[in-house]
Design a protein around this ligand. Sequence first.
Ligand SMILES: Nc1nc2c(c(=O)[nH]1)N[C@H]1C(S)=C(S)[C@@H](COP(=O)(O)O)O[C@H]1N2
Ligand SMILES: [Mo]
Length: 232
Amino acid sequence: MSTAAQGTPVGRRAVIGILGLGALGIVFGRDLQHGVSKLLAPVRESALGGLVPGAGGFELYTVTGGYPLPPPGYRLRVGGLVERPLSLTVSELEALPATRLTADFQCVTGWEVSNVHWVGVRLDDLATHAGALPSATAFELRSFDGVYTESLTRTQAEQTGALVAYSMLGAPVTRDHGGPLRLFVPGMFGYKSIKWLSEIDLVERPVPGYWEDNGYPVNAWIDGHPPTTGTA
Ligand SMILES: Nc1nc2c(c(=O)[nH]1)N[C@H]1C(S)=C(S)[C@@H](COP(=O)(O)O)O[C@H]1N2
Ligand SMILES: [Mo]
């Protein structure tokens, strides 16, 4: 199965390691959600962060125990393996070509919000603006909460249309939902959608992020594989 390479290696081994299971079989995507994550995720996410009801059925998560404010002079930085590093105010980001999309939001712990409306700038557009070098195959993302990190390959950014979002649920992204800027990755579990985004580095390979260091798969496809294209 060609999608195995997308969904299996790092994450499944880490999950098995954390649970101390020897032979777990194939666990990712919906299987992950209905199996391992029922054991792993609620405990860990709620132990380290909030589990507070938010707008429209979202739970509000923060692994630092608070909702940080952007530092003075906050800018979104795009650097690493690029020809032209970017340092953008929110207004400057909003002035770039926007992408709008509507998609379901799903946390690996089981809650889901249907038809969420997002507006932002595509991550792969930012890579193009910054002149990403050919050796840059992934994004490493950091939050100004000082703790949370994520990553995504450039291929995954193209496949999913991942957005650096400044609008969510029809309004500017609120502080508790990760404003002023957060990521949204359609088709992947919510932990990919890093909140309070401040830094994006183009790097040679994906680097496991906060929850991935705690056992979640780096390739967080909700259905276990990228969305299928074509008419089959
Ligand atoms: N900085 C940061 N980003 C984060 C998280 C977090 O705790 N801190 N939680 C992640 C998880 S597990 C989910 S499901 C979503 C939840 O988004 P929400 O808090 O807007 O509902 O944010 C993701 N991004
Ligand atoms: Mo989550």
